[in-house]
Design a protein around this ligand. Structure first.
Ligand code: CMP
Length: 117
């Protein structure tokens, strides 16, 4: 499998709880290299555009509000099959269903506050 890159976002629930370093360590332990990252505050328009695919879902407005509620850390992760490696280390979308040892399993509180994208 070739080396590839994927987008990652550490969400406001994680930056509020000062978890960025712990989450980055989990990415690195999973074989992913953080080749770029920036902490920034998303605008409502940026969040709305990013999650446009969910625009018809009942949680869309709440999701966009949440993503603008505090800084996020946007990242480029690099590694062997980076998309799969990232999904594996993040765990299931719903933290209640995520395995222990995954980012969402260890730190996520609920579906809408699931630490990372
Ligand atoms: P993410 O990986 O950022 O992709 C879309 C996000 O929508 C997802 O993580 C969750 O945070 C959120 N989401 C998905 N389903 C629900 C739901 N049923 N209720 C609230 N938020 C949800």
């Amino acid at each position: 499998m070739a080396v590839s890159r994927t987008l990652s976002i550490i969400k406001p629930d994680a930056t509020n709880r000062n978890l960025t370093g712990k989450i980055n360590a989990m990415f690195e332990d999973a074989g992913l290299r953080i080749v770029a990252q920036k902490r920034l505050h998303l605008s409502k328009a940026q969040a709305g555009k990013f999650y446009e695919v969910h625009a018809e879902r009942p949680f869309y407005d709440e999701l966009c509000e949440f993503m603008c509620s505090a800084p996020v850390v946007v990242q480029v992760l690099e590694g062997e099959d980076a998309v799969t490696a990232n999904r594996t280390v993040m765990g299931a979308t719903n933290p209640a269903e995520a395995d222990a040892g995954t980012i969402r399993g260890d730190y996520g509180l609920e579906k809408g506050r699931n630490i990372c994208h």
